[in-house]
Ligand binder design. Structure first.
Ligand code: NAI
Ligand code: MG
Length: 500
């Protein structure tokens, strides 16, 4: 194997970790794949291979599930005092916080995002998530219920951990998605097999080391690296798994549902989106321009809730489109670890080809480009310029399908359309998020109610918090992550009735 060079801008600790031999975490031990196979990890800024990680297959999935099953069934973890579980989660949060910048370097190197963003967003939001869920560990409760049947019964509910949970995550926020999944499941007393995205395994493998250091009992958390078909599919189908929680494409979400049918394991899904941002003429225009630009360009548009359809009232359409296009043209594209970087490369060649394909299909169907376009000017790396399309129509692929890149379709609406704009905004198979830009309070709340989406932002977009439930209507998914709501994903309710 040729010597691999890690980007010289990363710290010594990160360089050492990246060049170390990577192992998966099963039953409290760091292990190779049973087959001994590995697969390459790429730097999306250059296309170079930076390291290799184990390739889990069915046998490894089996080992991990059996470990999680034993750790659940032996009762040690389930019966651990909730305050002790909470303390472990809090300890893990502290360890992540102590390594904040190294995690940000790993995310930048592996995913392509700017280091400057990962260190103030991905890593600290991960810490918040573990701390927030640490607090819930002691507050998961049932209720006492009066029976219509009469006074001679005492009935109450117990909220119990659902069991062994399979979790499959994507590459757009590798560390944060691991936290969204692990933190609530562990707070609830479940045991977990987490499969990282094949494009971005590094931060999750580093997290596994900290999970071990924090002192979670063996088998409670197992972390696998592998491909979707080789590792994800057998995990989702496994008979000893009680629940599968998935984030990724709507297409694979449907496969997960089918895979779960064998033992009717419970399923939650966080899938794609085509989220609208609607700008009314009374909006504070500067705020709307900056906000709707960041709605689509944040994380290079690789967000399930990216504001990829921009509906603007015709009175301010030219001004807003000009403003957003100007923001797009000013964004500095560079490798994520370059201090000047405001937007890095997309995560992979596959995503690069997909997004360029959408821009080209938009052009060939008659859309106009007011910023960006299919040519990046970079010789290497998966860079795509932030792109604004106008002159689209509702039937075009770029308007209907999730692009998952820095590409927005701007569409004007008129006074006559105000009642219809919500209908247009709702006119996709997705229903993840939306934003409304106006100073009119009653209009804002009225539109918020009518949008068929799991999240509505008013005069902002992409605001996340561990306390806010997040998830989709329609084909954007099943269930909610974060907030108190997520506890339902990882618990079963038991009704106990005593004849007095
Ligand atoms: P994907 O849905 O194929 O992958 C997500 C995760 O699922 C990865 O861990 C992958 O290994 C796993 N997976 C893939 N096939 C599987 C299978 N048959 N059984 C079990 N697990 C499986 O997404 P991909 O290919 O990375 O991206 C394709 C598109 O999906 C993107 O262009 C974007 O539109 C959408 N996407 C949406 C995300 C979201 O946050 N909702 C995140 C990532 C992608
Ligand atoms: Mg895929």
């Amino acid at each position: 194997m040729a010597t691999l060079t890690v980007d010289p801008r990363v710290s010594g600790a990160t360089a050492e970790f990246v060049s170390s031999r990577h192992l998966m975490y099963i039953d409290g031990r760091f292990v190779h794949a049973a087959s001994g196979k590995t697969f390459p990890v790429y730097n999306p800024a250059t296309g170079d291979v930076i390291t290799h990680v184990p390739e889990a297959e069915e046998e490894d999935v089996n080992r991990a599930v059996l470990a999680a099953r034993r750790a659940f069934d032996d009762g040690q973890w389930v019966r651990m005092a909730p305050s002790a579980r909470g303390r472990l989660l809090w300890k893990l949060a502290d360890l992540i916080e102590q390594n904040n910048d190294e995690f940000a370097e790993l995310e930048s190197l592996d995913n392509g995002k700017p280091f400057s963003v990962a260190r103030v967003a991905d890593a600290p939001l991960t810490v918040d998530m573990f701390r927030y869920m640490a607090g819930w560990a002691t507050k998961i409760s049932g209720s006492t219920l009066p029976l219509s049947a009469g006074y001679d019964f005492h009935s109450y509910t117990l909220r119990e951990p659902i069991g062994v949970v399979a979790q499959i995550i994507p590459w757009n926020f590798p560390l944060l998605m691991a936290a969204w999944k692990l933190a609530p499941a562990l707070a609830c007393g479940c045991t977990v097999v987490l499969k990282l995205a094949e494009q971005t395994p590094l931060s999750g493998l580093r997290l596994a080391q900290l999970i071990d250091e924090a002192g979670f009992p063996p088998g409670v958390v197992n972390v696998l690296t592998g491909y979707g078909e080789g590792a994800g599919a057998p995990l989702a189908a496994h008979d000893l798994v009680d629940k599968v929680a998935f984030t990724g494409s709507t297409e694979v979400g449907k496969l997960i549902v089918k895979a779960a049918a064998g033992n009717l394991k419970k399923v939650t899904l966080e899938l794609g989106g085509k989220s609208p941002a609607i700008v009314f003429p009374d909006a504070r225009i500067d705020q709307a321009i900056a906000g709707t630009a960041s709605a689509i360009f944040f994380n290079h548009g690789q967000c399930c809730c990216a504001g990829s359809r921009l509906y603007v009232h015709e009175k301010v359409f030219d001004q807003v489109v000009e403003g957003v296009s100007h923001v797009a043209e000013e964004i500095k594209l560079a490798p994520g670890l370059d201090p000047a970087c405001q937007m890095g490369p997309l995560v992979s060649d596959e995503q690069y080809q997909k997004v360029i394909g959408y821009i080209e299909s938009g052009i060939s169907e008659g859309a106009k480009i007011t910023a960006g376009g299919p040519v990046s000017g970079f010789e290497r790396g998966y860079f795509v310029r932030p792109t604004v399309l106008t002159n689209t129509n509702p039937g075009m692929k770029v308007v209907q399908e999730e692009i998952f890149g820095p590409v927005v379709c701007a569409v004007p609406f008129s006074d006559e359309d105000v009642d219809r704009i919500v209908k247009r905004a709702n006119d996709t198979v997705y229903g993840l998020a939306a934003s409304v830009w106006t100073q009119n309070l009653s209009l804002a709340h009225k539109v918020a109610r009518s949008l068929r989406a799991g999240t509505v932002w008013v005069n902002c977009h992409n605001v996340f918090d561990a306390s806010l439930p997040f998830g989709g209507y329609k084909q954007s998914g099943w269930g909610r992550e974060m907030g108190e709501e997520v506890l339902h994903n990882y618990t079963e309710i038991k009704a106990v009735t005593v004849a007095l």
